[in-house]
Design a protein around this ligand. Sequence first.
Ligand SMILES: *Cc1c(COP(=O)(O)O)cnc(C)c1O
Length: 267
Amino acid sequence: MATRIIRKGISLAVRGLGSNMEGVDREVTLRTAYQNVAQKVFECTTANGRDKQDVELLPVSKLKPATDLEILYKHEGVRHFGENYVQELVGKAAVLPRDVKWHFIGSLQTNKCKQLARIENLYAVETVDSLQKAKKLAEARAKYCPEAEAIRCSIEINTSGEEQKAGLSEEADILEVVEFFLSGDSKHVILHGLMTIGSWDASHGEAEENKDFAKLVEWKKKLDSKYRLDLKLSMGMSADYAQAIKQGSNEIRVGVGIFGARPPRKA
Ligand SMILES: *Cc1c(COP(=O)(O)O)cnc(C)c1O
């Protein structure tokens, strides 16, 4: 598959569509990287005895141009993208097709919830880490786009205990947010799962198991049995997705592994 694309890239360039040489190169690079990751995810999923549809690959496109997303949309059939910055997401949502399903995976600020919830094709917010933010998302969705699909929310849990990481870690706080979603007070947000970013140490250590991922799995078990749920787990990034799949992840979020190194964020 990859060779076919590379040949196509070369032949397009040779045919004198050279004005867009860089675009052609980018298309080849990006599609090849995407296909490689997708293939590895597939192999890893089946090697662990899991079903293909149990693990989704979410390309994380933060700080990458909309043209990159367009390539994967057009040629690889990708519809789900993960973004970290509200302003950037608003801009991309305005220029890319309406059937893109946006996942917000960045650190969520209370005062940005409104802007986020107004994006009609916002599909998921994976970083809900307070009751207040959950409520803000629900209110804004109800007010500004009541006809849009409910936002699938995941509760971010700080599994590593690192201070600089977002996410809830106290049981009472977690239960409070879960219970808000389950109360049925809002049909504009639904509880989908749990999300975590493991520590660098846990994903680069010698241990057989990633202890941060294991902690998220523990939370799932606890909440699933208490409330009779089947929460989905979003864990694993470029460096540690194989391990995350092994430990039960349902969604891995891959940025650099697909799009390459990111430019620094401009202030
Ligand atoms: C940037 C980011 C990713 C992607 O990380 P890579 O190392 O580029 O794969 C995944 N999850 C979150 C929350 C991110 O902010």
